[in-house]
Design a binder for this molecule. Structure first.
Ligand code: ADP
Length: 522
C-alpha cells in the first residue's frame, strides 16, 4: 500500500498529466485514456471504464483499461441496467448491478467504484473502476476518483464545444458558399479573405485569384448609381460601437467584371467588430439586380409608348368630335359620315390596343391564352388580310405563294388572323421604301409552314432574340417614327405557341426579313 504522502504525490502527478493532456490537445479519447489509467492506478484496480452520455441521454463506453474493446457492446447493455437502477436512487440495487457487471468482466473483481462525470451540474458520463480486493472505500479513494472524473468532464465538455463550434463553422461556410447571393468576406484592411461561388459567377473572378486582393480591384464599379464605399470610408464608416445594426452601407451600380462585361449589382457592406470595438471584418453581400433594372427600364418604356399610343387616337377622336359639334357651321351628310368614320376607326384602334394590353398581361401572369379551335383556312385568312392592307399602301406589292392543296387545319381563326395582320402590318411599317411582300406556305404530312417575307430594313442579329419580348422595340430612327407598342410579336408568338407551333425570323439588315411560322396539322 502507498503511504499517504506517496498517494498525494501520485495523485498530483496524475492530475498534472491529465490537465496537460486537456490543454495541449483536444483529442478526447487520449484524455479519457489517461483519466482511466490514473484512476485504476490510484485505486490499485484492474479494470476501468468511462462511458459518455449522448444527446439522447444514452450511455456508451468510450474508454477502457484492463479489458478487450471487443467486450464493449456486451458491457454497454449491462451499463444500461446500472444507469436505470441508478436513476431509481436505490444504492443497494445499484451496487448489486455493479457487482454483476464486475463478475461478468472477471469473477475475481469483487469491488466497484462508480463516479458520475458532470459539468456545470449536467451529467456528461460515468466512470467505473473495478478491483480484485475488498478495500473499503476511503474518503480519499472517492476524492481521487472525483478529481479525475472532474478533469474528464472538462475534457468532454471542451470536446463537445469544439465539435459544435466546428460543426457551426462548417454549416456557416456551407451556407455562405452556396448562397444565391454573392458573399465576399473582407478583413479590416478591406482585403478579400473569402469569396463564394455566386460572386465567382457575378464577377468572373475565381476565388483563388481574388483572395488577397483589395475589394476595389474585384468589386470594381464602372458606374455608381447609389452610395460610395470610398466616400463612406473617408467619412469614418464603419462607425464602431453602433449597436443598432444599421451600419450597413449600400452601394449600387454597374460592376465591371473580369471579362470586361458589366452587370448591375447592389452591394451591402456590413461591418463586424471585435468585443473591443475594433473592426474585424466587412461582409459584402453582392446581388445581381440586372433583371430588376431591365424590368424597371421596360416599365418606363412601356409607360411612354403606351401613353403615346393611347393619346394619339384620343386626340384624333377629340379633334374630329369637336369639329362636328361646332355650332357656327352646318355640316353636310357626307362630311359627317366621313368624320364619324374616323372617330369610329380610332375608337376601334383604342379597343384593339386595350385588348392587346389585357392579353399580354394575362399571358405574363401565366394564365395562358384561351383558344376557340375550329377549321382554320390559313390561305383564306391571308387573302382577306392582304386585301385589307393593300388599300392602306401604294408602294408595297403583295404576292401570295401557296400550293393549291394547302390544307385547312385545326386552329382559332380569330386569334390567328391577329398574327397574320401583325406580320403584314410590320412588313409594311418596317419597309419604308416599299417593295414586295410575299406571303406563302408549304405543307408536309405533319406540319404546315407559313412565311411572310419583306424587302425592308431587316433586323440586326443582336435584336433578333429580343423582338419577341414583351414591349421590345428595336431602338432606331424608324421605330421612333413608326407607331407601335412592342406587343405585336410578343402576342403573335404566344398565339402560335398556344397552337403548338413555333415562330422565328431570318433577316439580313438592309435587305429584308422573313418571319416563319410552323404549326402542327392536328
Ligand atoms: P411594334 O411593331 O409595335 O414595335 P412588334 O412586337 O410587332 O412591335 O415588333 C417588335 C420590333 O421588331 C419592332 O419594333 C421592330 O423593330 C422589329 N420588327 C418587327 N417586324 C419587323 C420587320 N418585318 N422588319 C424589321 N423589323 C421588324
Amino acid at each position: 500500500m502507498l503511504s499517504l504522502l506517496d498517494f498525494r504525490v501520485r495523485q498530483r502527478d496524475f492530475l498534472l498529466e491529465i490537465s496537460k493532456a486537456i490543454t495541449s490537445r483536444l483529442d478526447l479519447n487520449e484524455v479519457l485514456k489517461r483519466v482511466v489509467n490514473a484512476s485504476v492506478a490510484m485505486l490499485a484496480g484492474q479494470v476501468g471504464i468511462i462511458a459518455l452520455r449522448d444527446d439522447q441521454g444514452e450511455y456508451h463506453i468510450q474508454a477502457v483499461l484492463g479489458l478487450s474493446r471487443e467486450r464493449i457492446p456486451e458491457l454497454n447493455t449491462r451499463l444500461v441496467e446500472v444507469i436505470q437502477t441508478a436513476s431509481a436512487r436505490d444504492t443497494e440495487l445499484v451496487n448489486a448491478r455493479l457487482r454483476e457487471m464486475a463478475a461478468i468482466i472477471d469473477k475475481r473483481l469483487i469491488q466497484s467504484f462508480a463516479i458520475p462525470l458532470s459539468f456545470g451540474g449536467e451529467a456528461v458520463g460515468l466512470m467505473l473502476v473495478f478491483r480484485n480486493f475488498q478495500g473499503g472505500a476511503t474518503p480519499d479513494d472517492i476524492q481521487v476518483l472525483q478529481s479525475f472524473a472532474d478533469q474528464a468532464a472538462i475534457a468532454v465538455h471542451n470536446a463537445q464545444l469544439y465539435e459544435r463550434m466546428n460543426f457551426d463553422r462548417k454549416q456557416l461556410a456551407a451556407v455562405v458558399q452556396h448562397s444565391a447571393d454573392g458573399v465576399v468576406i473582407l478583413d479590416a484592411s478591406l482585403t478579400i479573405i473569402s469569396f463564394n461561388h455566386a460572386v465567382e459567377r457575378l464577377t468572373a473572378w475565381m476565388a483563388e485569384d481574388a483572395i488577397g486582393l483589395k475589394v476595389e480591384e474585384v468589386l470594381a464599379l464602372a458606374r455608381v448609381e447609389k452610395g460610395d464605399l470610398h466616400r463612406a470610408l473617408e467619412n469614418g464608416w464603419p462607425y464602431a460601437g453602433d449597436e443598432s445594426g444599421d451600419d450597413t452601407l449600400y452601394v449600387e451600380g454597374d460592376l465591371l467584371r473580369r471579362d470586361g462585361l458589366t452587370t448591375s449589382v447592389g452591394i451591402h457592406y456590413a461591418p463586424l467588430f471585435t468585443a473591443e470595438g475594433k473592426l474585424a471584418n466587412v461582409i459584402a453581400n453582392v446581388r445581381d439586380i440586372s433583371n430588376f433594372r431591365q424590368a424597371q427600364q421596360m416599365q418606363n418604356v412601356f409607360i411612354s409608348t403606351v401613353s403615346h399610343e393611347l393619346k394619339t387616337p384620343v386626340a384624333l377622336i377629340k379633334g374630329y368630335a369637336a369639329t362636328l359639334r361646332r355650332e357656327d357651321v352646318t355640316w353636310d351628310d357626307a362630311f359627317v359620315r366621313e368624320y364619324s368614320g374616323v372617330i369610329e376607326e380610332e375608337a376601334d384602334r383604342l379597343t384593339e390596343l386595350i385588348e392587346d394590353l389585357l392579353t399580354a398581361s394575362r399571358i405574363q401572369a401565366d394564365r395562358g391564352l384561351s383558344l376557340i379551335p375550329g377549321d382554320m383556312n390559313i390561305v383564306e385568312i391571308v387573302r382577306r388580310s392582304v386585301a385589307r392592307f393593300q388599300t392602306q399602301t401604294e408602294n408595297h406589292k403583295f404576292e401570295l405563294d401557296f400550293p393549291k392543296d394547302f390544307p385547312v387545319i385545326l386552329g382559332d381563326e380569330t386569334r390567328f388572323r391577329q398574327v397574320v395582320d401583325n406580320l403584314l402590318s410590320n412588313a409594311i411599317k418596317y419597309s419604308p421604301n416599299g417593295g414586295t411582300i410575299t406571303v406563302g406556305g408549304t405543307a408536309d404530312e405533319n406540319t404546315v409552314t407559313l412565311y411572310v417575307r419583306d424587302e425592308g430594313v431587316g433586323i440586326k442579329e443582336s435584336d433578333i432574340e429580343r423582338i419577341f419580348d414583351r414591349f421590345y422595340r428595336v431602338d432606331g430612327a424608324l421605330s421612333r417614327k413608326t407607331q407601335g407598342t412592342g406587343l405585336g410579336l410578343f402576342l403573335s408568338k404566344a398565339i402560335v405557341e398556344a397552337h403548338g407551333g413555333t415562330i422565328r425570323v431570318e433577316s439580313t439588315p438592309g435587305k429584308g426579313s422573313t418571319f416563319i411560322i410552323t404549326l402542327p396539322r392536328s
